[in-house]
Write a protein that binds this ligand. Structure first.
Ligand code: PSU
Ligand code: MN
Length: 322
C-alpha cells in the first residue's frame, strides 16, 4: 500500500527525515498518527507553559488512540516524532538558545547550518507529508495580516495549505489577522475550509468562538471530516485542507476585550517597525502580557481541544482507509 511505502521512506526525499521508531511503525501499520508543530513551543508560548502544552498535547493524542508526532529541526536534522527529552530541550531553550522559526523558505538554511528550528504550520505540513502523516493538529493558523494590502505580509502557511495534502485541525486564524482576506486567499489557493458545526457556522476567530466570516463549508461529525479528506486524496488533488474547531465556550475570550488588546498590540508593532517573521511572535507575546497570561492559558486549551479532535479525525480516516 502507498501508506506503508511512504512510511518506509521509499519516497526519495523522506530518506533525509529522521522518523522515530514509534511513528514509523504506526505509519507502516496504517494506525492513526497526528503531527504537532514546534513554533508554538519555541516562539508562540512562554516557558514553562510551552513545555507543559507540548507534553499534554502528546498525552491527549495518545489517550484518544492515536500516535503523536511532534516535528522540529534538531541540529539541522528534520525530525518527525521528538522524544520527551528533545521536547524539553526545545521548550527550555526558547528565548535563550537561538532557535530558528522555520517556514518553507527557512528549511534549507536551517539544515545546511545545523540549526535548531521550531516548525511553523507551513514546514510542519511539508515534513508530515514526506513522512506520510495526513493529519496535523495545532492552535492557530498564520494568515493575511491586517494591512497586508500595503505590507504584503501573508503567512507561508496559506501557500502550503494550497499545495500540500495534509489536513490541519486548528481553532481558525487568530483575530490578530484579517480573517476575511485569509479566507479569500485560501480559496484562491484551493484549500478546502470547513468548520465543525451546522451549515452556515462562522469560522472561529481563535480566542473567540466566532469571527464575522461564514465558513465556506461545515461538518457535524469527525467521520464527515474524514470523508472530505479521503475524497481529496482519492482524486490526488494535492492540496491541503483546514478543519476549524470552535473553542469551547468556557475557554473562549470575550470579543470586545480581545479586540482592544489586539488593536493596541498591532499599533505598537507598527510603531516599533516590527515585521516579517518577528511579527506573529511579537503580537502573541504582547497579547499574553496585556491579558496577564489569560491568552496563554486559552491558547493552550485550544491546542488540547484540537489535539483531541485531530485524533478522532485521524481514527476515522484510518478506518476509512483500512
Ligand atoms: N498563531 C498562533 N500561535 C502560533 C502561530 C500562529 O496563534 O504559535 C505560529 C504557527 O507556527 C504559525 C506561525 O504557523 O506562527 C505563522 O507565522 P507567520 O505569521 O510568521 O507566518
Ligand atoms: Mn509573515
Amino acid at each position: 500500500m502507498l501508506k506503508s511505502a511512504k512510511a518506509l521512506g521509499l519516497r526519495g526525499f523522506a530518506r533525509k527525515l529522521c522518523i522515530s521508531d514509534e511513528v514509523r511503525s504506526a505509519l507502516s501499520l496504517g494506525k492513526p498518527v497526528v503531527a504537532l508543530e514546534s513554533t508554538i513551543i519555541t516562539h508562540g508560548l512562554p516557558f514553562p507553559q510551552n513545555m507543559q502544552m507540548a507534553k499534554n498535547a502528546e498525552s491527549i493524542i495518545r489517550n484518544n488512540h492515536a500516535v503523536p508526532a511532534t516535528i522540529a529541526f534538531m541540529n539541522g536534522v528534520p525530525k518527525v516524532g521528538l522524544s520527551l527529552h528533545e521536547i524539553e530541550q526545545l521548550a527550555g531553550s526558547a528565548g535563550s538558545l537561538p532557535i530558528n522559526k522555520v517556514s518553507r523558505r527557512d528549511i534549507a538554511y536551517t539544515m545546511a547550518n545545523n540549526l535548531f528550528g521550531g516548525t511553523t504550520i507551513s514546514s510542519t505540513m511539508i515534513l508530515a507529508h514526506m513522512a506520510g502523516i495526513q493529519i496535523f493538529a495545532t492552535g492557530g493558523l498564520g494568515g493575511v495580516h491586517r494591512g497586508a494590502e500595503v505590507t504584503m505580509d501573508i503567512s507561508a502557511d496559506l501557500e502550503e495549505l494550497g499545495k500540500t495534502p495534509v489536513a490541519v485541525v486548528c481553532a481558525g486564524p487568530k483575530a490578530i489577522l484579517d480573517i476575511e482576506k485569509t479566507m479569500e486567499f485560501l480559496e484562491t489557493k484551493g484549500c478546502m475550509v470547513a468548520t465543525l458545526g451546522p451549515p452556515g457556522v462562522k469560522v472561529p476567530g481563535f480566542y473567540c468562538r466566532e469571527s464575522n466570516v461564514t465558513s465556506p463549508y461545515s461538518f457535524e461529525t469527525f467521520k464527515d471530516a474524514a470523508r472530505i479528506i479521503e475524497s481529496g486524496h482519492q482524486l490526488g488533488l494535492g492540496s491541503g485542507s483546514l478543519l476549524c474547531i470552535p473553542p469551547p465556550p468556557e475557554v473562549a475570550l470575550e470579543d470586545s476585550f480581545i479586540e482592544a488588546v489586539i488593536d493596541k498590540a498591532s499599533h505598537k508593532a507598527e510603531k516599533m517597525g516590527i515585521k516579517g517573521k518577528q511579527l506573529t511572535p511579537f503580537l502573541l507575546s504582547e497579547i499574553a502580557h496585556k491579558t496577564n497570561g489569560l491568552s496563554v492559558s486559552s491558547n493552550i486549551d485550544f491546542v488540547m481541544n484540537n489535539a483531541k479532535a485531530g485524533s478522532q479525525i485521524a481514527c476515522e480516516l484510518s478506518k476509512l482507509q483500512s
